[in-house]
Design a protein around this ligand. Structure first.
Ligand code: XUL
Ligand code: CO
Length: 432
């Protein structure tokens, strides 16, 4: 196995890193520790290029079927991660083990496969960043899982999450994700929203209680997404999830897993969602990808836009860095990029874009012009009336009295273009 090596920005070797130098220290920690890259099992090991209009363009069966195929996929996955120097992976239950006719059969298959994965983990030191259960693919989940109108479906979903948490504990994962692709509704003509939302809260409390009493000491995450496949998803965006978590008393055990392409589908920037997570004390993990503004659906492309990776890493650094979370490439090579080399090149592109983002974000902070500008912009709250407002000493009446005779109040310029030029300056000049 040839490992992908760091060869520096001048390298023309497509199978080398130009910016990701795992052991290089940036801002007091190595790039590896700061970025905590993870491989998404579903895209990398399973996705075969299918889209709404056409079938497979890649074969990832290894010429096998049943458990043998899943084991071959695991062999491939660990080789692939080692080649790239990736230490984490993320998976849904059905990504790594075949689904049975019953819950009991599925759980058995998952146990067999997690035994196999555990062996591979011992050999390599690689482990899951997070685990999740697929509660959107099977026909029974067509109307949701925890928000299904059918209580048996709710029960099966609970069983899947229990098995997923058990797998997380067994494999040493410090994250468990809920992405509610079908937790929402298409029409109010058939939906009891109040009951569905209560059930979603009940479901997550059961998961929290089970996890905390069975050795899961990591973070639970909600991964917000506004729509697709469902028209209205209950986990719309970071702010909606913050409200849901607080309403259900879950905010101590849950954080958010912010996905770039989900942010843009919600009409937000990736950076906005990260900031909203952070200011609500819910910054957790990231699904790294990018969308295409002209297409407008969840294209799950590999992230190559360095402005976005820079602003993302700026938020990550400001939030204090990852603890249990990391950067999971919830991304797939384009349907036409259908060779194994393309998958490898996609990861290299994404990892380099984030390494560059980390370097540049760190530079923006070290440079200090942006932070200094923001501090100065709000300086009226550090003295006089502003300080008294912030410290809670003022009331509407006292402020009305204070403001009564103010004249010619001038708000200083916001200087947006200057600040954008500062960022360009840092992005496009100077060495790494
Ligand atoms: C779907 C999506 C999922 C979650 C895990 O848009 O992002 O792959 O990350 O279920
Ligand atoms: Co995702």
């Amino acid at each position: 196995m040839n490992k992908i090596e760091y060869k520096g920005p001048e390298s023309k070797d497509a199978f080398s890193f130009r910016h990701y130098d795992k052991n290089r220290v940036v801002g007091g920690k190595t790039m590896g520790e700061q970025l905590r890259f993870a491989m998404s099992w579903w895209h990398t090991v399973n996705a075969s290029g299918t889209d709404m209009f056409g079938g497979d363009t890649m074969d990832k069966t290894f010429g096998l079927s049943g458990l043998d195929m899943y084991k071959a996929k695991a062999d491939f996955a660990f080789d692939f991660m080692q080649k790239l120097g990736i230490d984490f992976y993320c998976f849904h239950d059905v990504d790594v083990a075949p689904e049975g006719e019953t819950l009991a059969e599925s759980v058995k298959n998952l146990e067999i496969m997690t035994d196999y994965l555990l062996e591979k983990q011992k050999q390599t030191g690689i482990r899951p960043l997070w685990v999740t259960a697929n509660m959107f693919g099977a026909k029974k989940f067509m109307a949701g899982a925890a928000t299904s109108p059918d209580a048996d479906v709710f029960a099966i979903a609970a069983g899947k999450v229990k098995a997923g948490i058990d797998a997380a504990v067994k494999l040493g994962a410090k994250g468990y994700v809920f992405w509610g692709g079908r937790e929402g509704y298409d029409t109010l003509l058939n939906t009891d929203v109040a009951l569905e939302l209560d059930n979603l809260g009940r479901f997550m409390k059961m998961a929290r209680d089970y996890g905390r009493s069975h050795g899961f000491d990591g973070d639970f995450y909600i991964e917000p997404k506004p729509k697709e496949p469902t028209k209205h998803q209950y986990d719309f965006d970071a702010a909606t999830c913050a409200n849901f978590l607080r309403a259900n008393g879950l905010e101590k055990d849950f954080k958010l897993n912010i996905e770039a392409n989900h942010a843009t589908l919600a009409g937000h920037t990736f950076q906005h969602e990260l900031r909203m997570a952070a200011v609500n004390g819910l910054f957790g993990s990231i699904d790294a990808n990018q969308g295409d503004t002209l297409l407008g659906w969840d294209t799950d492309q590999f992230p190559t836009n360095v402005y976005d990776t820079t602003f993302c890493m700026y938020e990550v650094i400001k939030a204090g860095g990852f603890t249990n979370g990391g950067l999971n490439f919830d991304a797939k090579a384009r349907r036409q990029s259908n060779t194994l080399d393309d998958t490898l090149l996609s990861y290299i592109a994404g990892m380099d874009a984030f390494a560059l983002g980390l370097i540049k974000a760190h530079r923006i902070i070290e440079d200090g012009r942006v932070d200094a500008f923001i501090k100065e912009r709000y300086s009226s709250y550090e003295k006089g009336i502003g300080r008294r407002i912030v410290s809670g000493e003022e009331t509407l009446e006292s402020l009305a009295e204070y403001a009564a005779s103010l004249r010619n109040v001038e708000v200083p310029s916001g200087r947006q273009e200057y600040l954008e030029a500062v960022v360009n300056d840092i992005l496009f000049s100077g060495e790494e």
